[in-house]
Design a binder for this molecule. Sequence first.
Ligand code: IPE
Ligand code: IPE
Ligand code: MG
Length: 246
Amino acid sequence: MSSPSKPVASAEIPRHVAIIMDGNGRWARRRLLPRVAGHRKGVEALRGVIRACAERGISHLTVFAFSSENWRRPQEEVTLLMELFMRALENEVAKLHENGIRFRVIGDLGGFSERIQDLIRDAEALTRDNTRLTFTVAANYGGRWDIVQAVRTLIAEGACAADVDEAALAKRLSMTGEPEPDLFIRTGGEQRISNFLLWQLAYAELYFTDALWPDFDAAALDAALASYRKRERRFGRTSEQVQSAG
Ligand code: IPE
Ligand code: IPE
Ligand code: MG
């Protein structure tokens, strides 16, 4: 029998973890390195987190790699980030495929070079039938953009007001068909959403850590998962209802 104070009803392991990988620049600055060194180290950290998620039975991992607002950064940093993205697509996708990982990119891909767009299309096609983990990168992504493009799609399909409901809209968002994030993690100490998955985060458990992204490892992930396990997910109900159902 569970005591009233013991939180229940959040499954042991979240199905879907969504992460804002923040703090690369500060990680580099603390070491008197150029910001891009932090981004490079961030790619390494991501490799470890993908592996750790797969090992822990998390079936969906979505990371924010480049926001629609990040074009506002200095031109040099944007160029270096694009190069890094291209190299990662060239070098990492085969390994993802070998490990049974399905790879997807969400965002306004038209903002990227033809080369990057081709690499993304090839990687998605190669890995489309993998089922161990769906790994999604949000790139040139914005939550508001996503909602607007979903509405545009509905209108283009000839929807009238009566056709528009939550299910119809959700079906046209970039993450369609995937479960909503159960656990949201943001590294780097900032406590904001920064236009990430606005619609899908409605009921996610939020976890903020001061750890800078390049330092975020399997142990840091486990700390987030431990916090998640203590949460009681009520979805509007009372604690008593949740506990008697659980
Ligand atoms: C996150 O790290 C990576 C991207 C936004 C591309 P930042 O580059 O935002 O690092 P800080 O916040 O400046 O430390
Ligand atoms: C959010 O980080 C986007 C990514 C991690 C890609 P930012 O560092 O760009 O967010 P703000 O500008 O501090 O909100
Ligand atoms: Mg930042």
